[in-house]
Design a protein. Sequence first.
Length: 590
Amino acid sequence: MNYQQGLAVAVLAGTMALFVWGRWRYDMVAVAGLLAGVLAGVVPTDEAFSGFSNDIVIIVASALVVSAAVARSGVIEHAVQAISPRLKGFRSQLFLLIAAVALMSAFVKNIGALAIMMPIAMQMAKRSGTSISCYLMPMAFASLLGGLMTLVGTSPNIIVSGIREDLTGKPFQMFDYAPVGALLTLAGLAFLAVGYRLLPGGQKPAASIGEALNINAYVTEARVPAGSAAEGKDAAEIAADGEDEVTVTRVVREGSRRVRPSEAVLEEGDIVLLEGAPDALERTIAKQNLELEGQDRVFASEPTDEIGVIEAVIARGSLLEGRAAGRLELHRRFDINLLAVGRSGARLTDRLRDIRLRAGDVIVLQGVLSSFPERLRELGVLPLAEREVRLGSATRTIVPVSVLAVSMVLTALGVVPVEIAFFAAAAVIVALGALPLREAYTAIDWPILVMLAALIPLSASLEQTGATDLLARQLSAWAWGMPPVGALALIMVAAMAVTPFLNNAATVLVMAPVAALFAKELGYRPDPFLMAVAVGAACDFLTPIGHQCNTLVMGPGGYRFGDYWRLGLPLSLLVVGLGVPLIALVWPLR
């Protein structure tokens, strides 16, 4: 190993050590590692920022936007409502999610399958009170396992097939990978269904500001329009449709001051007072095709202004304190709508315009987002953070799911590369209004992208200095005296070890020729060794940087860099321990 190679290895090893130490945030560690590489001369200055244009960064950012749009569309809530009554336990929910991701990943790009299923996992976690971290990493690993089953499941399989064609004149076919890949996937899913316990942290998610203030019960009012699904239903049926998360507290009918909810059969034009959590209210209003009262009022805004909602608490001395919203004429005077009111420990049965507001009440306001700071200051209310409120801002639409499906089909058919497909999907979704531009930028986890962009040129320094070639030659030397199965295991482990520092496609390009040459020199067939490279390169379970699926769940799951090996190391050992004999059995060495 020469001086430059030693420096490249030392800088990368020091960066990995800081990641595992965990005292500094991961994006700052990656930036520090990149700067160290530049100062040491192993990363050329003109390539220091090349990572920001890398395909992986584009894919991860685009997938986050697409996943946020799918979550916002309301389609996920509908899917969860159809599934959740049959899946009461956490274990059954987890197994369904990881099995669905794995099966989808066999036929579509695994990051696309993960992007579709992540919002469903988040809804299940919210409804069951389970930490989302217990779902997302197992799902990411399941997506990698599922890709092992077919030619199109993952990039290493496609590249290995091409290398085999160069060597033998015949590529691997679509389902040549299935005998080994399917069994490895089944074994991996069985492990993940119980192995989630290895992840750090408890089962319950941390309480948000909203939960600390006990504001999970809002009152809002909606009108029953012509053709609404609520027509002909009573309060009990509305509650049952919403899985008893929403209660009808009052029905107001033209010509009658009040109708008892227990006696009322809803008719066109009725105004229904609903009580529940914001997301439950939004689901019920969408499912019953109700019209949120006041939502369609016109605001004094420019065409480029974005209309949204905000959750706020009424402070002592506020202009709203002790006064009814109707008398304040909020829309005329302040250009905002009052959509819901929540009061801790009390059930509100008056219409929104008649509720006498108090200090400590939590309200949901709709208006022009850019004007909210000034309006909230005038009213004397304080905005709340940490909880997304979609009441009055989202409508059910299949646009994001449809766009994502089209992009994955085009990718699977080879019409466009995956980075173009996902970037175009994100752009089309925003252009069609399925996700506001502000939410699109918010959905992108910028620290994750900075980490990736900084590590990509640093990892490339291993190849540029010749350190990877040195590793390949050393592997050949070590494997020379081993039995065939031992050499097969060494090739697979080496591919697993190299993948986090290159990427799975680059790993195959480096390791597959070495494996094929090694097999030829020892008199073995190349097929089992190429399969070992494909499996090892596709199964990066130890870090968040080797595969974009691992990176995608890092921010939403709240994982640290060192959390991956807790679940990933035993899964990697399982893949090696089971995969090597399976490959030797399905693909004879001689």
